[in-house]
Design a protein around this ligand. Structure first.
Ligand SMILES: [Zn+2]
Ligand SMILES: [Zn+2]
Length: 443
């Protein structure tokens, strides 16, 4: 076996091209004939057969090669692993197979010192990003490094995966990373040093969705890079007018996802989706006002208006939120069982901007009974009048139409309405209303 190869190069070429094209039988034949072919690499990039299969998404060939090899982390010229190439090219099945075969997710290439997570984020492959993050939870990395540290891993220039996703304009990857614990204010200069934040990168790239995501997670519009520039100046310089409008420090702040609250991190997926949507809707309403003042105009109508129409038809025979009389009750507070809409729930939770220097933010209380909120769940839609609310014995069945609402800051409006109940709004919720009114004045 393996003898009689007078010319190695043509054999190599046919081997690598068979791997690249996923010709399983040909690859098997060549390997049977000469097992040492597995050790060969391509002339230019020093790519192994594993690299070529992974980069091209040839899952069958990759599986076969992995079965024959105990080294899933073979390196190419730039110290890139097959896993990095699969993540770079969005080959999800290969990413999963490599992780399953024990590929190390914590390898750094020699180009920019990047990991496979950086590559998935940079190229915007959401499924690969997710697979690697799940892998980080189940592989030894979680024990040796810690998951949070892995999510915030830096490349040679100090960029985290979140920086790269923001720079390249991948809002879904930005969202997933933030949701997994990526630090929204990570600076390329390191903690406490001037450097570039993901918001600077998003401003530079001009992705409005990325800017919106980052702001909704509490990104700091006033953070200065080492040249003293805030993200607003970066957006202006690159002529991204809409991004600049949102990044302008004098524009009203968006609602911020209350991630430091314990019951928010423990939300079940359904309740989370409801609240996230409410957050985005509220912020988009706010953006409309801000963007109206710029040369940029949003494509209209917004999708949320179509969705609001659906809610409206339901609202006639189900319980309306007792705070805003505007939306359907979708969230239930545990353990008291009081219900309100997602927008009011958010407005209640978001009134304190998360402050990184205070570890434990004050948890909000139920506006109806003042008990501490320990959990939020999706409310079961009731069709009968709910007699539970002690503060509103004759709960008005107001048709939504009578408000003729344009959804404009419905949560703010709702909370102002709540404070007018006096006995309904406790100290904290009254404060919310006051703060929110201030915000409205600034518009
Ligand atoms: Zn409400
Ligand atoms: Zn309650």
């Amino acid at each position: 076996m393996g003898q009689g190869l007078s010319c190695r190069e043509p054999h190599d070429n046919s081997f690598f091209s068979a791997v690249q094209n996923g010709e399983l039988e040909t690859v098997e034949t060549i390997v049977d004939d000469e097992p040492s072919v597995l050790e060969r690499t391509t002339a230019r990039g020093k790519l192994s057969a594993l690299h070529v299969a992974a980069a091209n998404g040839q899952i069958q060939v990759l599986s076969m090669l992995l079965d024959l090899s105990d080294r899933p982390d073979v390196l190419n010229r730039h110290k890139q692993t097959p896993l990095m190439l699969a993540a770079m090219n969005g080959k999800i099945s290969c990413v999963e197979r490599l992780i399953q075969a024990g590929a190390n997710i914590l390898m750094f290439d020699s180009l920019h010192g990047r990991t496979c997570l950086h590559y998935a984020a940079f190229y915007g492959h959401l499924d690969c990003l997710q697979a690697i993050l799940s892998g980080a939870l189940s592989t030894p990395v979680a024990h040796s490094w810690g998951f949070a540290r892995f999510v915030n891993i830096r490349d040679k220039n100090g960029a985290t995966p979140l920086h790269l996703a923001a720079r390249q304009g991948w809002p879904e990857c930005v969202h997933m990373l933030l949701d997994s614990g990526a630090l929204v204010c990570a600076s390329t200069g390191g903690y406490g040093y001037p450097g570039i934040t993901p918001l600077h990168f998003a401003a530079r790239g001009g992705s409005l969705d990325c800017v919106r995501e980052l702001l909704a997670w509490g990104a700091d519009r006033l953070h200065r890079d080492s040249s003293g520039r805030i993200p607003y100046m970066v957006a202006l310089r690159h002529k991204h007018a809409a991004c600049a409008a949102l990044l302008n420090p004098s524009a009203p702040e968006p609602l911020i996802w209350p991630s430091p609250l314990k019951f928010i991190t423990e939300l079940n997926p359904e309740a989370k989706a409801l609240l996230e949507r409410a957050l985005m809707e509220t912020n988009k309403e706010r953006e409309k006002t801000i963007l109206k003042a710029t040369v940029y105009s949003l494509p209209s109508p917004l999708h949320s208006e179509a969705e609001a129409g659906d809610n409206m038809s339901q609202a006639s025979d189900v319980d309306l939120c007792c705070i805003c009389f505007d939306q359907v009750c979708t969230i239930e507070v545990q353990t008291c069982g009081h219900q309100m809409c997602a927008n009011c729930t958010l407005a209640l939770c978001c009134h304190n901007k998360p402050n990184p220097t205070t570890s434990a933010p004050k948890a909000p209380v139920c506006p109806f009974c003042r008990s501490n909120i320990t959990q939020l769940v999706v409310a079961k839609i009731k069709t009968e009048n709910d007699k539970e609310f002690e503060f509103s014995p004759s709960k008005p069945r107001i048709s939504r139409k009578s408000f003729n609402t344009s959804e404009e800051s419905s949560s703010f409006k709702g909370l102002s309405a709540m404070s007018s109940f006096g006995k309904l709004g406790g100290r904290s919720s009254g404060k919310v209303a006051a703060e929110c009114d201030d915000e409205l004045d600034k518009l």
